[in-house]
Design a protein around this ligand. Sequence first.
Ligand SMILES: [Zn+2]
Ligand SMILES: [Zn+2]
Length: 381
Amino acid sequence: MRALAYFKKGDVHFTDSLPEPKLTSPKGLLISPSFTGMCGSDLHEITDGPIFMPKDGETNILSNESLPLAMGHEMSGYVKAVGPEVTKFKVGDRVVVEATISCVDKHRWPNAKNANTPMCDACKDGCENCCDYAGFSGLGVVSGGFSETMETIEHHVVKLPDFVPMDIAALIEPLSVAWHGARVAKFTEGKTALVLGSGPIGLAMTLVLKARGAKKIVVSEPASIRRELADKFHVETFDPSKHGERAIAELRSIPEGGNGFDFAFDCSGVAPTFNTGIAAIHYRGVYCNVAIWGKGINFNPMDMTLQEKNLTGSIGYTVEDFKQVVDAFEKKKIDPKECEHLITGRIKIEDGWEKGFLELINHKDTNIKILLTPNNHNELD
Ligand SMILES: [Zn+2]
Ligand SMILES: [Zn+2]
């Protein structure tokens, strides 16, 4: 089949001869992806990987699969085939696929190295994103959504409301990353929030916090092009580079009372955003890291201890986040029209390297989400 596949570090290209996936489980479904988003983690895999992908000559511990594998973990699509034990879906259903692969999926590959190990504690508690063996469809375990056909199981599939277009549905994945962050941080309606960074996840976080009834949202971002994107969501934006050493004091003065924010969400992941996030929340406030960090930093625990601040982190999502995001669309708390601002390109998988990854590498600041159209379904929407 046609796919944009990872062959090895630095080598991702289009192929028309990747083997078509088969159903590995009676609860399995084949999906025909409509739109699949390109993501920062895909780029990392290309420039610094393999991180999740199997190393050359090795196989994935869960699936036994080796390279090449189709990339893509942010997909919407149509159900193409269902296994005999699938009860909630039928061929032709419009769906979104949650990409985490964990102990929940082990039964799909009875011959793999890890098939007979017990389910890990995180998976037993429904925290599959924290699984000891976690990987993704499209990032290491099996082929993903940059392909004509992908396989998953019923557990990972959520039905789409009719009024959510397929391209917007591909954004449910980054929205779920943000939704999970808000859930882990225990964000509640009527609270104030500082969002650090307005890249794809910072912007998704902004939409999610709006949906969850934030009283005030301030997006702090030094790059003007990115700040202008946040402006489109009608939230307050802040340029830290304009204020120098006064930036933290200025930020703390914005929420009513002038003593800082209830929550800070770090969607950037560098020392200045960490320090600003911790300093800009009030006593017992919550700093939540949603970013993937390249390297560590110095941190004095007294910065949180003296005012009993909370420090937490959020990784990925579970299918529960996907269900809650879809529910937020249904309740009109997320507006599909507003989400359109996140999409900066729609291209064929044949052009995925040239017009997709290279575009993301060379024009990082102007691109948010480039979507691939593996099956050119557009006319069906
Ligand atoms: Zn992603
Ligand atoms: Zn597990």
